[in-house]
Ligand binder design. Structure first.
Ligand code: BES
Ligand code: MN
Ligand code: ZN
Length: 509
């Protein structure tokens, strides 16, 4: 879909649909009076007769007159005091989907003037909503009962001074949403397609297309790095594991000093952020096999990795002035001839040893090596995303991901970024009690801590590998995919984390 900002008059344009977002109020906003007149008073009448009151996400369809679009789609924004970016995002998604359902090709949207939302934010939210709401994963369908997405959407604003900011917001929103849709695409592929090797290939392609540094470590290099955790989990599968590393904005290698005295202050270096995403391309549970009900969803167990790939694409396109390293431990957790076993003791790259209690707690095992690898960059922060525990789904459902870590300020920034991006995360505690719960009698730690506080003991496990570096862990088990269609996302992978990370990194210090 092509998105454009336009300062023209939406009336008299050749449009298949014109979307008009309206807050709940007693009448027509003055800014829409001309438009309404151009439509023969159609909006005023539907408000007067109560056909449309402007409740949040309420839809009404009017047929356009001779000089207007073929159809007018009114979409409600609800209570004016509560309208926020989130409202615009969801409204755009709902309305664009309605337009597509009615076989529209070219649509327009009248950008509402809202005092509390700067034009740039409005443009970003509307673009994100339109693109996320139109997302489909239909490459495996041979029947065409899905509506096709719009070819173009013009965002109309009469206020020329706003057009620039609006355009800027559309640019950011387009990059972010398309990157999130990329993460959805990766995660929605069947497990037998998105293998560790396949993910590595996609990373290489992203590197070439968007100018990211990419390195993919295969089994031999993983041996050399002594990544016993990632290797152990991958051993049960014919598709060997990979460690995928992407890099944006790497600082130039310091030139060798030729005997000259150092000039004192070194130039301020860019902040380095490490993003680590769990990349279990399918999780059968391994020898501690999962029950078959819903096992098909475990193809999404690489959604943290997919979000990191999507985010790397976005920050490359946004040219953020940061050094960002994306790290994805990719492996398939299966029960092949050489699969790792409960009772095994694994030596990780950090040197710490793990007693395996349950092979289904594989995420933390592969993350141990990936997080340790991240610390070698001495980053200012590590943020990891993982579909780590079913317990997190029980605790928070699909309304929010859990966030834990060792740095309250970082956790708060992650929380706030998620709130703004409409990808909610909610803080959960991480205490010494949880670290005690995973002490092992035979190794340094064990990979499960029993039934109690499963999400927190998983985080406690990861904390062993971050050292002193500020770290936030997002358990996205409940948010990485959805079992039903929602405003911003159809059933399947959500791409959760891309918008949150982009929002976090765009505002980094
Ligand atoms: N990938 C799963 C967690 C998961 C479960 C995500 C359901 C989304 C929905 C993870 O690898 C896992 O199996 N965790 C176990 C840990 C347990 C064995 C300690 C779990 O949550 O049951
Ligand atoms: Mn598992
Ligand atoms: Zn898993």
């Amino acid at each position: 879909m092509r998105l454009r900002a336009s300062s023209g008059d939406p009336v008299g344009q050749e449009l298949d649909a014109l979307i008009i977002p309206l807050i709940r109020s007693d009448g027509l906003p003055p800014a829409l009076r001309n438009l309404d007149a151009g439509l023969g008073g159609a909006i005023t009448r539907s408000l007067k007769w109560g056909d449309f009151v402007g409740k949040r996400n309420e839809l009404a369809i009017l047929l356009g007159g001779d000089h207007a679009a073929k159809r007018i789609i009114l979409i409600g924004l609800g209570d004016p005091k509560q309208v926020a970016e989130q409202t615009l995002r969801a409204a755009a998604a709902t309305a664009v989907r309605e337009a597509a359902r009615r076989k529209s090709q070219h649509a327009g949207l009248v950008v509402p003037t809202l005092r509390r939302i700067p034009a740039q934010n409005a443009g970003q939210a509307l673009a994100e909503g339109a693109l996320l709401g139109s997302y489909r994963f239909d490459k495996y369908r041979t029947t065409e009962d899905n509506p096709v997405a719009l070819a173009s959407l013009d965002l109309f604003t009469r206020d020329a001074s706003h057009a620039r900011a609006l355009r800027q917001g559309i640019g950011i929103g387009t990059i972010t949403a398309e990157s999130e849709n990329l993460a959805r695409d990766l995660s929605n592929e069947p497990g037998s397609v998105h293998t560790p090797n396949w993910l590595g290939q996609r990373a290489r392609e992203l590197g070439r297309e968007f100018g990211l540094g990419v390195r993919v470590l295969g089994p031999r290099e993983l041996e050399a790095h002594k990544m016993g955790g990632l290797l152990a989990v991958g051993r049960g599968s014919a598709n060997p594991p990979r460690l995928i590393v992407l890099e944006h904005g790497a600082p130039p290698k310091a030139p060798a000093r030729r005997g000259r005295k150092a000039t004192g202050r070194s130039p301020r270096r860019r902040p380095t952020i490490a993003l680590v995403g769990k990349g279990i391309t399918f999780d059968t549970g391994g020898v501690s096999l999962k029950p078959s009900a819903s096992m098909q969803d475990m193809k999404h167990d690489m959604s943290g990795g997919a979000a990191v790939l999507g985010c790397m694409r976005a920050i490359a396109l946004l040219k953020l002035p940061l050094h960002v390293v994306g790290i994805i431990p990719a492996a398939e957790n299966k029960q092949g001839a050489d699969a790792y076993l409960p009772g095994d003791v694994i030596e990780t790259a950090s040197g710490k040893t793990i007693e395996v209690i349950n092979t289904d707690a594989e995420g933390r095992v592969v993350l141990s090596d990936a997080i340790h690898y991240a610390t070698r960059y001495e980053p200012d922060a590590i943020v990891d995303l993982a579909t780590l525990t079913g317990a997190c789904v029980v605790a928070l459902g699909s309304a929010a991901a859990g966030v834990m870590g060792n740095d309250d300020a970082l956790i708060e920034r992650v929380r706030a970024a998620g709130e703004r991006a409409q990808e909610r995360v909610w803080p959960l505690p991480l205490w010494d009690e949880h670290r005690d719960q995973i002490k092992s009698h035979i190794a340094d730690i064990k990979n499960t801590g029993g039934r109690e506080a499963g999400t927190l003991t998983a985080a406690a496990f990861l904390s062993h590998f971050v050292g002193e570096i500020p770290w936030a862990h997002l358990d996205i088990a409940g948010t990485a995919w959805t079992g039903r269609d929602r405003a911003l996302c159809v059933k399947g992978a959500t791409g959760f984390g891309v918008r949150l990370l982009v929002e976090l990194l765009r505002n980094w210090r």
